[in-house]
Design a binder for this molecule. Structure first.
Ligand code: OSB
Ligand code: MG
Length: 369
């Protein structure tokens, strides 16, 4: 594939309701879109970094810089047979995983159109529909949270994930369990605790949680291994797993029993598939995480989730969970049994809602060789 030009767009969509994690409160979904022109086609990808370096070290500005000054000039210089070749060729660049994942996603979009195969077909997907869950942010009171759980259950979501932090954990779960004893429930701390709080975290064992996601530091796999010995609830790592090698080390140490895979965090779909395969070989279940993606990032995540070892529900909820209007048409919808359909057609570019795209684009720049 010869790439003749690249456009970067900064888009900002209002969220229906604010989303609060232990590290930030977001009221808008901001992201970059990468648009590739080549082979008479267009490929689109989403950069999932946030405006501030609070989830990982990247920001939308660092991604714009790395894309404009490093990745795009490099991409325009050569022909690319397959997206994996591009990944290998940029392998010498350190980190900046979200920046490269955005461009890699656009290459996959283009490639799938060139091959006339869906992303799920290219990636060896084995399901036509995937189970999904809903992620609920930190609220001020239980009265603010409960209606959201109720709505999630009524809409048919397969499991509920609650964001937790010190002060919003044991008591909340006590109340939730009392009201919904059978609910499939998991929690995500986004690194809000330290190993010294192991005893406090062990109180969560009584709530029959599917997993606890990233309780300790974002870059730690050692303390998580110590913590694992003191909890019954399985630990799932998110932030700490940024490559297949880091995944292997974490599993060797016993730091996690379950892995959350987010393409943006690990540098793209090629790396995501490698981590999936590694986990499969070790009988470690995986699920596809989310970064409040617009439809442009959500569709390829659905294709990824159709691979066989994504055996737990993904954070790939319906478009309307987050947005009044998404950037794609048709939007991602939840079917009655808590599943979402995996796109059957190639790529994501042909699902674009151009009016919405232009409405929400704040800035764009085009680069040619
Ligand atoms: O840790 O999974 C996370 C959103 C922003 C940053 C980090 C995380 C999240 C989510 C969102 O939990 C889940 C979703 O996209 O539905
Ligand atoms: Mg997480």
């Amino acid at each position: 594939m010869r790439i003749e030009g690249v456009e970067l767009r900064y888009v900002c969509l209002p969220l229906r309701t604010a989303f609060e994690t232990s590290f930030a409160r977001e009221t808008d979904k901001e992201c970059l879109l990468v648009r590739l022109f080549g082979e008479g086609l267009q490929g689109w990808g989403e950069v999932v970094a946030m405006s501030a370096p609070l989830y990982n070290e990247e920001t939308l500005e660092t991604c714009w810089h790395i894309l404009r000054d490093v990745l795009i000039p490099f991409t325009l210089k050569s022909d690319w047979d397959r997206p994996e070749d591009w990944c290998r060729a940029v392998g010498h660049i350190r980190r900046n995983y979200m920046a490269r994942a955005g461009l890699e996603a656009a290459l996959w979009d283009l490639y799938s159109q060139c091959q006339n195969l869906s992303l799920a077909q290219l990636w060896g997907g084995t399901r036509q529909r995937v189970e999904v869950g809903i992620s609920l942010g930190i609220e001020n009171t239980l009265e603010d949270l409960f209606p959201q759980i109720e709505a999630g259950i009524n809409q048919g979501y397969r499991r509920i994930k609650l964001k937790i932090k010190p002060g919003w954990d044991v008591q909340v779960l006590q109340a939730v369990r009392k009201r919904w004893p059978e609910l499939v429930l998991q929690v995500d701390a986004n690194s809000a605790y330290r190993l010294e709080q192991a005893e406090h975290l062990a109180e969560l064992d009584q709530f029959d949680l599917l997993l606890i996601e990233q309780p300790l530091e974002h870059d730690d796999i050692v303390d998580h291994a110590s913590l694992a010995g003191r909890l019954k609830t399985p630990i799932c790592l998110d932030e700490s797993i940024d490559s297949v090698d880091q995944c292997r080390r974490a599993l060797d140490l016993g730091s996690a029993k379950i892995i959350n895979i987010k393409p943006g965090r690990v540098g793209g779909y090629t790396a995501s598939r490698a981590i999936h395969d590694h986990c499969l070989s070790r009988s470690i279940p995986c699920w596809v995480g989310g970064m409040l993606e617009t439809g442009i990032g959500r569709l390829p995540n659905l294709a990824l989730a159709s691979m066989p070892n994504f055996t737990l529900p993904g954070d790939i909820s319906a478009s309307k969970r987050y947005f009044r209007r998404d950037l794609i048409d048709p939007e991602v919808v939840l079917e009655d049994d808590g599943r979402v359909r995996v796109p059957e057609r190639p790529g994501v570019g042909q699902f674009l809602d151009w009016k919405a795209l232009d409405l929400y684009t704040r800035r764009s720049e085009k680069y040619t060789g």
